[in-house]
Design a protein around this ligand. Sequence first.
Ligand code: TYD
Length: 158
Amino acid sequence: MTLRNAATDLPATDATPPADAAGRFSLDACRLVDLPKIHDPRGNLTFIEGGVHVPFDIARVYYLYDVPGGAERGGHAHRALHQLIVAMSGSFDVVLDDGRAQRTVHLNRSYVGLFVCPMIWRELTNFSSGSVCMVLASNRYDEADYYRDYAAFRADVR
Ligand code: TYD
Protein backbone atom coordinates (compact mmCIF):
# COMPACT_ATOMS: atom_id res chain seq x y z
CA MET A 1 0.00 0.00 0.00
CA THR A 2 1.27 3.46 -0.79
CA LEU A 3 0.83 6.05 1.96
CA ARG A 4 -0.53 9.34 0.78
CA ASN A 5 -0.06 12.86 2.02
CA ALA A 6 -3.50 13.98 3.16
CA ALA A 7 -3.04 17.54 1.90
CA THR A 8 -2.10 16.69 -1.66
CA ASP A 9 -3.10 13.06 -2.22
CA LEU A 10 0.46 12.45 -3.38
CA PRO A 11 2.38 9.40 -2.20
CA ALA A 12 4.40 10.31 0.90
CA THR A 13 6.85 7.40 0.75
CA ASP A 14 9.48 6.38 -1.76
CA ALA A 15 7.81 3.02 -2.29
CA THR A 16 6.55 3.83 -5.77
CA PRO A 17 9.09 3.05 -8.49
CA PRO A 18 9.59 5.96 -10.91
CA ALA A 19 8.35 4.03 -13.94
CA ASP A 20 5.94 1.16 -14.43
CA ALA A 21 6.80 -2.16 -16.07
CA ALA A 22 6.27 -0.60 -19.50
CA GLY A 23 8.73 2.17 -18.64
CA ARG A 24 5.93 4.74 -18.42
CA PHE A 25 6.16 7.51 -15.84
CA SER A 26 3.05 8.75 -14.08
CA LEU A 27 1.92 11.18 -11.42
CA ASP A 28 2.02 8.33 -8.91
CA ALA A 29 5.81 8.46 -8.98
CA CYS A 30 5.81 12.15 -8.01
CA ARG A 31 5.81 12.43 -4.26
CA LEU A 32 6.52 14.64 -1.31
CA VAL A 33 9.77 13.96 0.48
CA ASP A 34 10.07 14.83 4.17
CA LEU A 35 13.60 16.13 4.59
CA PRO A 36 15.60 15.88 7.81
CA LYS A 37 15.10 18.82 10.14
CA ILE A 38 17.56 19.51 12.93
CA HIS A 39 15.70 21.64 15.44
CA ASP A 40 17.89 24.19 17.17
CA PRO A 41 17.05 27.30 19.19
CA ARG A 42 19.66 29.10 17.07
CA GLY A 43 17.70 28.23 13.90
CA ASN A 44 16.72 25.00 12.21
CA LEU A 45 18.86 23.08 9.72
CA THR A 46 17.83 20.83 6.84
CA PHE A 47 20.16 18.82 4.60
CA ILE A 48 19.71 16.83 1.41
CA GLU A 49 22.04 14.04 0.32
CA GLY A 50 22.00 12.65 -3.21
CA GLY A 51 20.96 9.01 -3.33
CA VAL A 52 19.64 9.22 0.25
CA HIS A 53 16.92 11.87 0.46
CA VAL A 54 16.52 12.10 -3.30
CA PRO A 55 16.66 8.98 -5.50
CA PHE A 56 19.39 10.40 -7.74
CA ASP A 57 22.85 11.92 -7.61
CA ILE A 58 22.64 15.70 -7.58
CA ALA A 59 24.35 17.19 -10.63
CA ARG A 60 22.90 20.69 -10.57
CA VAL A 61 21.15 23.17 -8.30
CA TYR A 62 19.20 26.17 -9.55
CA TYR A 63 16.72 28.53 -7.98
CA LEU A 64 14.01 30.94 -8.97
CA TYR A 65 13.73 34.19 -7.03
CA ASP A 66 12.53 37.78 -7.50
CA VAL A 67 9.46 36.27 -9.20
CA PRO A 68 7.03 39.12 -9.96
CA GLY A 69 3.45 38.80 -8.77
CA GLY A 70 1.32 36.79 -11.18
CA ALA A 71 4.30 35.34 -13.07
CA GLU A 72 4.39 31.67 -14.00
CA ARG A 73 7.45 29.47 -14.51
CA GLY A 74 7.96 25.98 -15.83
CA GLY A 75 5.71 25.15 -18.74
CA HIS A 76 7.78 22.20 -19.87
CA ALA A 77 8.59 18.53 -19.27
CA HIS A 78 11.88 16.66 -19.24
CA ARG A 79 12.73 13.47 -21.08
CA ALA A 80 15.18 12.06 -18.53
CA LEU A 81 15.69 14.59 -15.75
CA HIS A 82 14.72 13.82 -12.14
CA GLN A 83 14.19 16.81 -9.87
CA LEU A 84 13.40 17.76 -6.30
CA ILE A 85 11.60 21.10 -5.91
CA VAL A 86 11.73 22.90 -2.55
CA ALA A 87 10.09 26.13 -1.44
CA MET A 88 13.10 27.56 0.40
CA SER A 89 11.08 30.64 1.28
CA GLY A 90 7.46 31.62 0.75
CA SER A 91 5.14 29.41 -1.24
CA PHE A 92 3.98 28.47 -4.74
CA ASP A 93 1.94 25.82 -6.54
CA VAL A 94 3.32 23.12 -8.81
CA VAL A 95 0.81 21.77 -11.34
CA LEU A 96 1.88 18.29 -12.45
CA ASP A 97 0.53 16.64 -15.59
CA ASP A 98 1.50 13.20 -16.95
CA GLY A 99 -0.64 13.57 -20.06
CA ARG A 100 -3.49 11.60 -18.49
CA ALA A 101 -4.17 13.44 -15.22
CA GLN A 102 -3.22 16.63 -13.39
CA ARG A 103 -2.48 17.35 -9.75
CA THR A 104 -1.61 20.59 -7.99
CA VAL A 105 0.84 20.55 -5.10
CA HIS A 106 1.26 23.56 -2.81
CA LEU A 107 4.80 23.91 -1.47
CA ASN A 108 5.44 26.16 1.52
CA ARG A 109 7.95 24.33 3.75
CA SER A 110 11.76 24.40 3.41
CA TYR A 111 11.92 20.86 4.85
CA VAL A 112 9.56 19.25 2.32
CA GLY A 113 10.56 18.57 -1.28
CA LEU A 114 8.51 17.53 -4.28
CA PHE A 115 10.15 14.75 -6.29
CA VAL A 116 9.28 15.02 -9.99
CA CYS A 117 10.22 12.16 -12.28
CA PRO A 118 10.83 12.41 -16.05
CA MET A 119 7.95 12.87 -18.52
CA ILE A 120 5.86 15.12 -16.27
CA TRP A 121 4.69 18.48 -17.57
CA ARG A 122 4.93 21.10 -14.81
CA GLU A 123 3.74 24.66 -14.31
CA LEU A 124 4.78 26.76 -11.31
CA THR A 125 2.21 29.36 -10.29
CA ASN A 126 0.92 31.48 -7.40
CA PHE A 127 4.34 32.55 -6.16
CA SER A 128 4.08 34.47 -2.92
CA SER A 129 6.04 37.68 -2.52
CA GLY A 130 9.70 36.97 -1.79
CA SER A 131 9.45 33.26 -2.49
CA VAL A 132 12.47 31.20 -3.50
CA CYS A 133 12.11 27.95 -5.44
CA MET A 134 15.17 25.71 -5.29
CA VAL A 135 15.49 22.77 -7.68
CA LEU A 136 17.92 19.87 -7.34
CA ALA A 137 18.45 18.13 -10.65
CA SER A 138 19.92 14.78 -11.68
CA ASN A 139 21.75 16.16 -14.73
CA ARG A 140 23.39 19.30 -15.96
CA TYR A 141 21.37 21.70 -18.09
CA ASP A 142 20.58 20.25 -21.52
CA GLU A 143 18.02 21.95 -23.73
CA ALA A 144 17.64 18.72 -25.73
CA ASP A 145 16.10 17.13 -22.61
CA TYR A 146 13.16 19.57 -22.66
CA TYR A 147 9.68 19.28 -24.13
CA ARG A 148 8.60 22.89 -24.47
CA ASP A 149 5.59 22.13 -26.64
CA TYR A 150 2.65 20.57 -24.78
CA ALA A 151 1.21 18.93 -27.89
CA ALA A 152 4.52 17.20 -28.60
CA PHE A 153 4.68 16.03 -24.98
CA ARG A 154 1.11 14.68 -25.12
CA ALA A 155 1.83 12.86 -28.34
CA ASP A 156 4.80 11.07 -26.76
CA VAL A 157 3.11 10.05 -23.49
CA ARG A 158 0.02 8.55 -25.09
P1 TYD B 1 13.70 27.24 -17.89
O1 TYD B 1 14.09 25.85 -17.52
O2 TYD B 1 12.78 27.37 -19.07
O3 TYD B 1 13.05 27.96 -16.65
P2 TYD B 1 11.70 27.51 -15.91
O4 TYD B 1 12.12 26.54 -14.86
O5 TYD B 1 11.03 28.73 -15.44
O6 TYD B 1 10.88 26.83 -16.90
O7 TYD B 1 15.01 28.07 -18.13
C1 TYD B 1 14.96 29.48 -18.38
C2 TYD B 1 16.24 29.88 -19.06
O8 TYD B 1 17.36 29.63 -18.22
C3 TYD B 1 16.49 29.14 -20.37
O9 TYD B 1 17.02 30.07 -21.31
C4 TYD B 1 17.55 28.13 -20.03
C5 TYD B 1 18.29 28.76 -18.88
N1 TYD B 1 18.79 27.79 -17.93
C6 TYD B 1 20.13 27.48 -17.87
O10 TYD B 1 20.97 28.03 -18.62
N2 TYD B 1 20.56 26.57 -16.96
C7 TYD B 1 19.72 25.93 -16.12
O11 TYD B 1 20.13 25.09 -15.28
C8 TYD B 1 18.31 26.23 -16.20
C9 TYD B 1 17.30 25.55 -15.31
C10 TYD B 1 17.90 27.16 -17.12
